[in-house]
Write a protein that binds this ligand. Structure first.
Ligand code: CP
Length: 314
């Protein structure tokens, strides 16, 4: 692949390759071993047109750990503010010969469009409600490390499915790995097409979580709710917020996940989120760095190979 735009186009073997390399990076990080400078001599530009803590920080750390020159574009202070289009911005940056472009954008499809205009490798850091591929990869790595496998698991993805790129990327990835997927949430936050996605759909947490190995919670994504019915937070927490009582319907060793940012007391009980016996939320963040190192390392290998073929040194 030249870019990482989504999970949908990836073959299961490509997913395993990324996860295996990420796992080795994660182990090296834990052992404080240092890494080969796989991105030495390459320039990475992070363009975040939407707010981010985890994704932006971990892409920056990942690039620096592998020796890239990393630049974070302050999009709020860029000429976008003066009316420059996304494509003109992309072509301007392209003229400076970046090798890796990490892009988050509020509109679905914007990152794909940008990828068609630049020469470097583009990594989708989340586009609208479409895809967030590195989030799904880090979730998969966390599950594989905790459960010892990434297939034949009962996995519930709960909450605001309709507006979630995390849900879409996870449905693609976990479905390709032959897991049993359940989507749980209020009907108003469930896409009409969900029943055609090869998943089970529930609007009751007790039923949806029964016998699950993994419970993945999602936040209400109000920034993408144009006119959708928004329940009161109190009512939402009562029916769909994960607490110890609702989690008791899942398996005794079920793990609790959340991509962050979390709204404690809305979609998840704060004590449960901090319970290191059940919650793997901090490990998800840790795996985020490893997965982004692996994704950029593999794309850089492809980039260098393509340039060698064309007779251009990376
Ligand atoms: N999970 C995630 O994308 O978090 P950020 O918005 O903080 O990057």
């Amino acid at each position: 692949q030249q870019h990482l735009l989504g999970i949908a186009p990836l073959h299961p073997d490509e997913i395993r390759t990324i996860l295996d390399l990420a796992d080795s990076y994660a182990e090296a990080e834990r052992a404080d071993r240092g890494h080969a400078r796989a991105l030495e001599g390459l320039t990475q530009i992070n363009m975040f047109f939407e707010a981010s803590t985890r994704t932006q920080a971990s892409f920056e750390i990942a690039g620096k750990r592998l020796g890239a020159d990393v630049m974070n574009m302050a999009m709020q202070a860029s000429s976008i503010k003066k009316g420059e289009t996304l494509i003109d911005t992309a072509m301007t940056l392209n003229a400076m010969h970046p090798d890796l472009l990490v892009v988050r954008h509020p509109h679905s499809g914007a990152v794909d469009l940008l990828a068609q205009k630049v020469n470097g490798a583009v990594l989708n850091a989340g586009d609208g409600r479409h895809e967030h591929p590195t989030q799904a990869l880090l979730d998969a790595l966390t599950i594989r490390r905790k459960k010892g496998r990434l297939h034949r698991l009962n996995i519930a993805i709960c909450g605001d499915i309709a507006h979630s790129r995390v849900a879409r990327s996870n449905i693609h990835l976990l479905g390709k790995m032959e897991n049993r997927l359940r989507l749980v949430g209020p009907a108003t936050l469930m896409p009409a097409a969900a029943r055609d996605w090869g998943v089970e759909v529930y609007d009751d947490m007790a039923e949806g979580l029964a016998g699950c190995d993994v419970v993945m919670m999602l936040r209400l994504q109000r920034e993408r709710m144009d006119g959708a019915f928004i329940p009161s937070e109190r009512e939402y927490y009562h029916r769909f917020g994960l607490d110890a009582e609702k989690l008791a319907h899942a398996k005794d060793d079920a793990i609790v996940m959340h991509p962050g940012p979390m709204n404690r007391g809305v979609e998840i009980d704060g004590l449960l989120a901090d319970d290191i016996n059940r919650s793997v939320i901090q490990e998800q963040v840790e795996m985020g760095v490893a997965v982004r190192m692996a994704a950029m390392d593999l794309l850089a290998r492809n980039l260098r190979a393509a340039r060698m073929e064309q007779g251009v040194m990376a």
